[in-house]
Design a protein around this ligand. Sequence first.
Ligand code: OOG
Ligand code: NI
Length: 453
Amino acid sequence: MTEHWDQNALRARFCHALSEMYKSEVPLYGDLMDVVWEADAKAIQFSQSLEGNIIDPDDILPSRHRVERHGAIRLGTPQELSTIRRMFAVMGMYPVGYYDLSLAGFPMHATAFRPKTHDALAEHPFRVFTTVLRMDLLTERTRELAQQALKRRNIFTPRLLSLLDLVDTKGSLSSSECSEFITNGLETFRWHSKATVSLDEYQILKAEHPLIADVVSFPSSHINHLTPRTIDIDLVQKLMVDRGMPAKERIEETVYFHDTSAEYVKGSHTARFGEVEQRGYALTREGRQLYDQILDRVNAEAAKNKIKGNDYEKLLEDRFKEFPDTLQALREHNLAYFCYRVTRKGEKLSEDGVDFSKSGSSSVPLPELLDQGILNYEPLTYEDFLPLSAGGIFNSNLGSPSQSKQLIMSAEPDLDGFQRSLGCLIADEFHLYAETEASSLEACRGQLGLERI
Ligand code: OOG
Ligand code: NI
């Protein structure tokens, strides 16, 4: 007897299990979760005390926000990437977006595995930023060391690999196979304190770039961070300060390196960190361009005049006044994506057989339907990562880069190579948002019985 498995439910269970495992590995993560929940509860309470009730708690708890996480992992080889792709696909997560990290001086590129449809995202939006080492951007000696070390490891359990084969041949998983998938899948992301390289080798890798050492030196692809989402990140920051929570730059872990006598020597490794995110709206290409332009200008001005800290914040605030901040302006200038719905009024008029166009035409322009209050809209949430923030995070996370940085920064992106390793194409995030918007309009059109909107 086989049954078809529920990908959304499996993704939710896996994310929960991963969160529990990570909490036991990094207890500070549990403290951070407490602060996020407190901040969200306060933010909801505050909004309820205002006229208009901006945040509906039913929209947030216990649905998306409470369970929402993004993870980050770093892989070494094309084989690891293609197997990870098969593993995430079992949970309905697919590669979306290409991130060229050489721009920030890292010998890596990345994609985000995530659900692609509005409905699947609403069920459980787990996403994992997945970085892969670019061997072509390493010096020869480091490349050889890295290749040798990576050859020695298998980050997937044999049972996980056989379950992936089962999905391919049988096209389904029983509920006990789903449970096995979770326990075996977790092993890929578990932290191991025994390095697969010697201390000397670790230091050579680290000298070229700390990230290379992080990717290459361990028997698994440990989860680097697991990030909860909050509705008020400033409040989280404030509560952390109030509680005297250590704003640690990074988490230090004890590592045992093997030496020539097959004994282990004690050392340490720092790469993991805590992170909280707040999500904004999905911008169109035009919106993203305007955002990038303003940010570039601010950064150029800040660099020229050595503006930092609070003054930098003020500069940002001031320059970003140019960016429209009402939903109506964002929509009218085509800067963000939206989901359209028929209003109660629209439903009622439609039931009564009222002619919306007032002219007998079965095609009504969108602005007219909005003006008449027949349709309304809400912005789509941005479900992806910011290339710039990713670079910034890498930078803040790991000491100063080596001299090879200049070389890396002048490298070309390698989307084709990435897709070849992956074994499939990467979806374009803008295209997915546009599709969601278009299908919401199509549903409205059908509901109103119009030929065109
Ligand atoms: C991934 C960095 C990207 C984010 O929040 O932008 C990321 C990494 O550190 O491996 O997670
Ligand atoms: Ni992150």
